[in-house]
Design a protein around this ligand. Structure first.
Ligand code: PLP
Length: 395
């Protein structure tokens, strides 16, 4: 008999699995080239050449027992120092290796951060729409997820509602910018206001409220958009970074946490996060990947390809009369459903072989997410299907 707590996850994940199976079923009937699967956030652009070269270089030149061995649970000191110095160059910060903990992607990093700070019953706030896995991560530590309703139409965080939802039990606020699922980047003005509110509330309740910046899409920002580095605006910020999207390495499971000196209870937080990495069963982030990414700190995947997809799809959807949030980053488009029930709209889209994700999966019904990390030709071929979908609501 499985644990009661697991039963709802098993039910929940069968929805995702059903969507995946449905994609395969449709491909079997109509041919893969006639099915437009926009459901997955899996990078379509290849990793930069430097990634493979770095892995080979590490394998050829570093002693195998080092490449494949255990190290400090927080990661190799020289890798953490290289990352700290790279961040300092980019953001004019003052980190060193003790501020960096290597993680098993952003998902691993978020779980480490939450295990470090959450006691049962502590509240964690996120701004809808948000990555649905946050609910599961918070539940892992018996925290209570508090969703803030969306701010329509710009999908910047709803700060007025935030003020009313922070309590003495609020331990963390998670922000994700550039955002999955909206593609929106939170402006500097928003971040400054958010920081002011958190500082005020810390004073009011005499508590520490950690701002967790979930940043797997940091590098995917278009038109030269600025993505503010949150540690510079708010002292109690923990950053979770990942190479899953920036270097197209989601299967390799590599990223890091940044815990600045200014964070409340810094020494204990760093120690606890290091121990959390071990006792959650990660032990440490993958060793070869740590050494390889340290050689690719100034590299990113070719985001011009995503940018091209973004423009192509956005212009077409606008032309067809869809309402989309302004896509500034990541590789998602956030589109208003043409009927109130987003799941019914997703089912309708499937009749035209278009696979989309309902906004309800992101705590924001009435919208759908389109992942445009796909081949450009698939986007071009999907236009007729989007047109038919729009027409089916025009009658
Ligand atoms: N956070 C957000 C907002 C994401 O979209 C994802 C993955 O899609 C993750 C975290 C997890 O990323 P990783 O593969 O680095 O664990």
């Amino acid at each position: 008999m499985i644990a009661k707590k697991m039963q709802k996850y098993v039910e929940g994940s069968s929805v995702t699995r059903a969507m995946f199976e449905e994609g395969k079923r449709l491909a079997g009937i109509y041919g893969a080239e006639n099915v437009y699967d926009f459901s997955l956030g899996n990078p379509s652009v290849e990793p930069p050449k430097a990634v493979k070269e770095s892995m080979i270089d590490v394998l050829e030149h570093v002693h195998p027992n080092k490449v494949h061995g255990y190290m400090n649970n927080a990661g190799y000191e020289e890798v953490r120092e290289a990352i700290a110095q790279s961040l300092n160059r980019k953001f004019d910060t003052h980190f060193d290796q003790k501020n960096i903990i290597m993680t098993v992607g952003a998902a691993g990093g978020l779980n480490v951060a939450l295990k470090t700070i959450i006691d049962p019953g502590d509240e964690v706030i996120a701004f809808a729409p948000y990555f649905g896995e946050y609910n599961n991560y918070v539940a892992n530590f018996d925290g209570v997820m508090v969703a803030i309703s969306p701010s329509i139409p710009d999908f910047q965080p709803n700060l007025e509602e935030l003020k009313t939802k922070i309590t003495a039990k609020t331990k963390a606020v998670i922000v994700n910018t550039p955002n999955n699922p909206t593609g929106v980047i939170y402006s500097e003005e928003t971040i400054q206001k958010l920081a002011d509110i958190l500082r005020e509330k810390e004073k009011e309740f005499g508590t520490a409220i950690y701002l967790i910046a979930d940043e797997p899409y940091r590098e995917l920002a278009y038109d030269g958009a600025d993505v503010p580095y949150l540690t510079k605006y708010y002292e109690d910020t923990i950053v979770g970074y990942s190479y899953s999207k920036s270097l197209s390495l989601p299967g390799e499971r590599i990223g890091y946490l940044v815990i600045p000196n200014e964070v409340d209870d810094f020494e204990n937080v760093v120690n606890a996060a290091t121990i959390a990495t071990r006792i959650l069963g990660f032990v440490n982030a993958p060793s070869l990947q740590q050494l390889a990414v340290a050689k690719c700190l100034d590299q990113t995947t070719d985001i011009a390809i995503y940018d091209e997809n973004r423009k192509l799809l956005y212009n077409k959807l606008k032309e067809l009369g869809f309402t989309c949030a302004k896509p500034e980053g990541a590789f998602y488009m956030w589109v208003k459903s043409l009927e109130e029930d987003d799941s019914a709209f997703v089912a309708k889209a499937k009749e035209f072989n278009l696979l989309l994700v309902p906004g309800s999966a992101f705590m924001c019904p009435g919208y759908v997410r389109i992942a445009y990390c796909v081949d450009k030709s698939m986007i071009e071929h999907s236009f007729a299907a989007f047109e038919k979908l729009a027409e089916s609501y025009a009658e």
